[in-house]
Design a protein around this ligand. Structure first.
Ligand code: MG
Length: 392
């Protein structure tokens, strides 16, 4: 190949510095730029990307992690189905959070690659059977899914010549999370006395938007709740949603209610955010991080309406007897596995056994072992240990 051909091919490729310049030109002054990111390991350990920005590489790495793939078989609300394949899993929930967060960031000129990295990683630390599984592991070893998620991406994932994924501090802080961000300011090593970025606050809000809207759709599609249940509860947000879809054919109304709710959430958040930014005179990413109150949230009026909807779901959906049967069964599986391993650690795979015997806190080792399981794997392991008809 001649030198000129090689040169012209080179000219087609966009180098990282070129992509970083475009990012700086195109994004708002409120956005975090990938060239400012501080990663755990420097380029001597982990060479810089050549044709992607750092944040693009970061979300690519989250997507290629083992923990991300396991989200497919982890619970959102339904660990044991109801025979439905359309209810959310933690993977589809995560993808919806990422989509909603990106849409908000694009509308505001924020860094959508950064928000995607945070959103795709935000639920990596969940054990099998969701929050009910977490309750059992918390009793066992003080387990917390946010802290575990951080350990996954900084320590437990082994795909590179260094531990973890080498994500930047702004992603780790975004994962360390969430609504708690202002409360734990200063306690979280990754904040370094700075408040959360707007991208981090957007990811957190997108989580609420995603689960609130998809839980309504899943509750209706599973038949656990009916539209009459919502009507009879006298929820003004529900009445508003039904008014929006009143002229549409019945078979698309549930989906349109979900869609409309997401739209209402996003437009309220965008309006409120603009007002907060202008009231506080916040116009740069550094000012966002110096702020001591959230800039991304719903208006008081909308927050009141959506909380009432949330309370209704807590009482009727999450505590429905069918859901209770599922979460209780999940906890039973986890407790049985813990008991079996504690009674006879030789049931554990050999490498884990060595680790377990040597550990100061053996329960913490068991919590790690269980947290690394999907719902599906935990049930399989349960049958291998307890069902005489199933091979070990
Ligand atoms: Mg979530």
């Amino acid at each position: 190949m001649s030198d000129t051909v090689v040169e012209s091919q080179m000219a087609i490729l966009r180098s990282r510095p070129e992509l970083e310049r475009r990012e700086a030109d195109q994004l708002s002054a409120l956005a975090v730029l990938s060239r400012d990111a501080v990663h755990v390991h420097g380029p001597d350990v982990d060479p810089a990307p050549s044709t992607r920005t750092y944040f693009q590489r970061d979300w690519n790495r989250v997507m290629h992690s083992e923990a991300f793939r396991k989200l497919e078989y982890k619970t959102q609300v339904f660990p044991f189905g109801e025979g439905l394949d359309v209810t959310r899993t933690r993977l589809t929930h995560t993808l919806e959070v990422s989509q909603i967060a990106q849409a908000i960031c694009v509308a505001l000129g924020l860094n959508d690659d950064l928000v995607r990295a945070i959103a795709l990683a935000h639920d990596l630390g969940h054990p099998p059977f969701g929050h009910s599984g977490e309750d059992v592991l918390r009793e066992l070893a003080g387990f917390n899914h946010n802290a575990h998620g951080l350990r996954i991406v900084t320590e437990l994932e082994r795909r590179y010549p260094f531990p973890g994924l080498n994500l930047p501090t702004v992603v780790l802080a975004g994962m360390g999370k969430h609504d708690a961000a202002f409360r734990i300011l200063g306690e979280c090593a990754y904040f370094r006395d700075q408040g959360p970025t707007l991208e981090s606050q957007v990811a957190s809000l997108a989580d609420v938007i995603a689960y609130r809207s998809h839980d309504i759709e899943d509750a209706l599609n599973s038949g656990i709740l009916t539209k009459d249940d919502f009507r009879e509860a006298g929820l003004d947000l529900w009445d508003e949603l039904e008014a929006h879809v009143a002229d549409l054919p019945e078979e698309i109304r549930t989906a349109q209610i979900t869609r409309t709710l997401i739209d209402l959430f996003i437009s309220d958040a965008l309006t409120e955010m603009q007002q907060r930014l202008s009231h506080t005179g916040t116009s740069t990413a550094a000012e966002v991080r110096a702020a001591r109150e959230p800039l991304v949230r719903f208006s008081d009026e909308f927050e009141r309406k959506q909380s009432r909807l949330g309370e209704f779901l807590s009482e009727t959906f999450y505590k429905h007897y069918k859901i209770m049967r599922m979460t209780d069964k999940g906890q039973r599986v986890i407790r049985a596995l813990i008991g079996a391993y504690q009674d006879n650690p030789r049931l554990l795979p050999p490498d884990v056994q060595v680790h377990y015997e040597e550990a100061e806190d053996r329960n913490a080792v068991l919590a790690d072992v269980i947290a690394g399981m999907t719902d599906r794997y935990a049930v399989m392991e349960y049958t291998r240990l307890f069902d005489p008809e199933v091979r070990v």
